[in-house]
Structures are given as C-alpha cells and as structure tokens.
Write a protein of this length. Sequence first.
Length: 502
Amino acid sequence: MTFLSSLHVLITTEPFPILVLPTILIIYYIYQTALHPLGLIPGPLTSKLTSLPLIYACRRTRKSKWVLAQHAKYGPIVRIAPNYISITDPVALNQIYGGKTGFLKGRFYQAFHQVEPVLFNTMDPVVHHRKWKLMNAAFSPRILAEFEVYINPHITNLVKRFQSHAVKSETFDFQRWANFLAFDIMGEWSFGSSFGFVVAGEDIHNLITTLDMRSDVLNVIGHLPLSIRPYMKYFPDPFFYEGLRVLTNLGQVGTTAFKKRLEKKEKGQDQGRKDVMGFLLNAEDPDTGGPLRMQEIVAEAISLIGGGSHTTSVTMAHVMDFVSRDQGLQEEMWRELCDAFPGVKGEEWVANEQVVGRLPLLNAVLKEVLRIRPTSSTGLERVVPEGGRTVAGVFLPAGTLVSVPIVAIHHDRSVYEQPETFDPHRWLRPEAKALTDHYIPFSLGIRGCTGMGFATMELAKTLGTLLRRFKFERAISRASEEREGFVVKITECEVKISLRGE
C-alpha cells in the first residue's frame, strides 16, 4: 500500500473527523505553552493561545489598564499575546526605542494608513528617514516662532467665549472647547486656515467625532491579523462599521482643505505664510527633484490633524481636570503668571511663548500631567530584528512583537516617589534631573514625536492665557472616567469659571 493510499484510508476512516480537531488543539496547546520560543515567559494562559484578550481589552477602551494588571500578576516581562511581549523594566527603553537598535514599527501601525504611509506610521526605515528629514525641518524652532502669531487669534476667540461663560456663571465642558481650539490651531498649521470651530461653537465638519471613533477602532484593528482587517466593517458590532466609515470623512476634509490652500498659493494669496502646508508645497522631493506629490502632502497633513489636534486637546483637558480640583495649586500658578505678565489688559492679550514657556511651575504642571496621564499610555509596538535581541535580560527571537507601556515607566516606584500622586513640585526639586531619563510622553529616539515643540508651545500659551485670566473649579467631584483608544482621554471636564481681577 502506497503512502497516499494509506493517508486516504486514515482520512476516510470514520473516527478521524471526530479525533482530528481535538488532536490539533492539543498539539497547538502544547506548542504554545511549552515548545514555543516564548513559551516559558509568564502570562495569562489565554494570551499564550490567542490575541483575543488583548483585542477585547482594546475594544473595551481599557488596553493599558489590562496590560498593567497582567504585569501586576506576572511580573515585569509578560506574554500578552502569542507573539507579543510587554516589558515594564526601564532598561528596555533604550534597548527597544533607542537610536539604531533595528527595532522597526510593527503591523499595528498599518491600520492607521490613510491615503498612503506617513511619518507616523511608515514601517520602512528608508521611507521614514526621508519623511523625518522633511517634517523635522517644518517643525524647526525658527518656523514655530514665526507661526506663533497665527495661534494668538484663536486663543483670543476662546477667551471671548470663556468671558461669556464667566459673566453668566455658567458650568460648561472644558474638554469640548479644548477640542475646538486644538483643531482650529492645527487646521491653521496644517492647511493654512482654521476649521472655525471656536467661532461657530460647534464641530461643523463632524471632525472631532470622526477622530475619536477612528482612534478607538484602529486601536483594536491594529491587533487583528492583516487578512481579517478589511472585513471588520461587516462585523455585527456597529463599533467597527462606524469607526471605519468615518475614515472617508477625514480624507474628504483633508483633500478639500488642501485644494483651498493650493488655490491661495497659486493666486499669490498665501502671503508667504509659515505653516506645514506652505512648507510642503514649496519642498523638493529628494527622490525626483520636483515638487512633492499631492497624495503625500495630503496624507501628512491629515496625519497632523489626527495626531496633533487629538493629543493636544486631550492633554489640555487633563491639565484642567487636575488644576481645577486643586485651588491651592491654581492660586500658586496664578501668582506666577501675574509676576510674569503684570497688568494684563484687553481681550487680545495672549501669553507670549518666550515667557510662558519658561515659567517653572506651569511647565512642571504640564510635565506632571503628561507623566501621570501620558496621552499615549499604551506600549508602542516594535518588531525584534533579524538574529533576535536580548531585552531586559531575556532573549527574544526575530519577529517577536515587543513594547514598553509608557504609563508603566511613568508610575515605576523605583524611579518616582509615590507615583500615583499628582505632585508637580517633584519637577522643581533637586532630584528632578534624575527623573527625566524615565520621562517619555513623546516616546524617544528617531521615532519620537516630531511635533513635541509645537504641542508644548500651544499648551503653554493656551493654559498660561486662560489661568492668568480665569479661575476654574471642577463641577463634578468624582474621579474622572477615562477611555483609551490610541490616546487616553476623559469623558468630560465640567468646570465652573469666574473672572480674575488684577
């Protein structure tokens, strides 16, 4: 009897269909828990077998909390999916994210591709280097300083809105207005004109809702197999259909804004503006020597809207959430601002970045908020390069997904005293310098956030202006509820507001 005929007999023998599935499952279980190269790394049994626990945590907008719970149970190195290791040992930071380590971004970031890969999500190191050189020049200190004048009118518009609330002694959701302001400023920066949200008092393009849903759904889809992702819009859970549908809206808004900006440039109406769109329209493609392609410009601008607006508004709301609950701290900040900006008069006054960017307490508050609630709390996924690497004392084979949760490093008791306590003054003490090695709200290395300077400028100017003019008090005493898509946000920031005197 030949091999094929023997196999035919085996397959057609009646017990085979009954026994084959349990046998396959037993073999898979033994391999994943004992024979797999990651088999001896501790972690939940279900996570060694499937990515579903991680995916479910993302769907519930609780990824970081779930990951930290696994570390609390299993230790600093945990297997959170069959081929995914999470590490909370600070030594892993430079080993994974440092320059020239060879760890590239993983397939998670492919979920964020829109139009084409951009600086944020490209996985190709050659493409990334080209885009980094291009965008890093656009975010130079000189260009940011020249752009500051375009930020001021939008903060003034917000001040006028807040004055109206203060006169009427109204309670309102600060986070809503933080969103409007951040999107207006990022529209100005990315496309050369704002979206008009602060003036209108509403999200007239449904853009904020679009990006909220996008952040939540792509954070889930990024952990799904590539072969499944295109079909998630048909999944019975409307979360996926709605989240993927809004991507079309984002693309349309970006393309329309680009065409308006291009038309102004062609008519000579842009008046030599210093913004990202103007920079990219005048940039030379290093590959062709000609202008950049429209698709590349639109993709980068959309990425800035999605990343810059969302993260800045979320951080602004986090700051207000903490400061409005601590009147003593708020008074201390106000006194610092009064010393720096005495005799503030008129609606048009806005804090100057050169001054407010150097105020010790204000910037300590910003640092502490970003420490205790980093905008992106989750681990930023990387792939172990060819040949494998030893990370935090454990050898990981090539192709393994690995990350270090930012929130875990920021709450490491070996680094920060009482890490769960909101204490801005920790950054004003002599030991503060030693803390900065483990302070990574914008990640680190060449894949760190290019827009860090822009974000800190916007935050310092806006919060300095508002806290100099107004007093805020949290209207809801209970702890804030958090949601985590790709960024961590609170569900509301209801405050009472009153005018400050001189």
